[in-house]
Design a binder for this molecule. Structure first.
Ligand SMILES: [Zn+2]
Length: 190
């Protein structure tokens, strides 16, 4: 059933064709007669030139300082978190990039209770601060940056915005985050 022509996504190593059928185009390689994808991307079969190519989902090193990325918090500590990048400037990214989010910029006042800016599993919008040492350094300083979706640490229900904090309708838990202005909007604006 190939009637509805959906975009065919290839993962690196996926077999796309035999060398007898099509010629290797861009971002593919010839593996002793099998043409395989070299990158993640959409498959392009050019029947005029009898050629198969993969159009990369995200060109490598597409990020630059000032870019806005949205992704999920994979690990979170007091001062830093890692974010798996799912969107770059509002467009889906399949490059599987992971950024490092530093949170020490939100220095707590003396004696103030330190609260986490982000927590594990949050969806957060960040700004790319720098790309030094081959790492993607993210910050929450940019306009619009912050958590756009979070779940209750107790029961896992989506948290509802309550002023500058978040509240769980299910168990009454109140949590704090560095919230984006559009927290809770659905669908999430990447
Ligand atoms: Zn709850």
């Amino acid at each position: 059933m190939q009637s509805d022509k959906k975009r065919e996504i290839a993962m690196p190593g996926d077999k796309l064709a035999e060398i007898e059928e099509l010629l290797p185009g861009n971002h593919v390689f010839d593996d002793s007669g099998h043409i395989r994808a070299a990158v993640v991307g959409s498959v392009v079969r050019d029947m005029r030139n009898m050629e198969v190519s993969v159009m990369p989902a995200t060109r490598p090193q597409v990020l630059k300082p000032g870019d806005v990325v949205t992704g999920m918090v994979e690990t979170a500590q007091t001062s830093s978190a890692s974010v798996s990048v799912q969107y770059v400037n509002g467009k889906p990214s399949e490059a599987e990039l992971t950024g490092s989010l530093l949170m020490r910029d939100s220095a707590p006042r003396r004696g103030a209770r330190r609260s986490a800016s982000v927590k594990l599993g949050d969806i957060v919008r960040c700004e790319v601060q720098s790309l030094t040492n081959g790492m993607i350094h993210l910050s929450l300083n940019g306009e619009g940056a912050g958590v756009v979706f979070a779940r209750c640490s107790n029961c896992g229900r989506p948290l509802i915005r309550a002023g500058s904090r978040l509240k769980c309708d299910e168990c009454g838990n109140v949590e704090e985050r560095k919230l984006a202005g559009d927290y809770g909007e659905s669908p999430i604006r990447p």
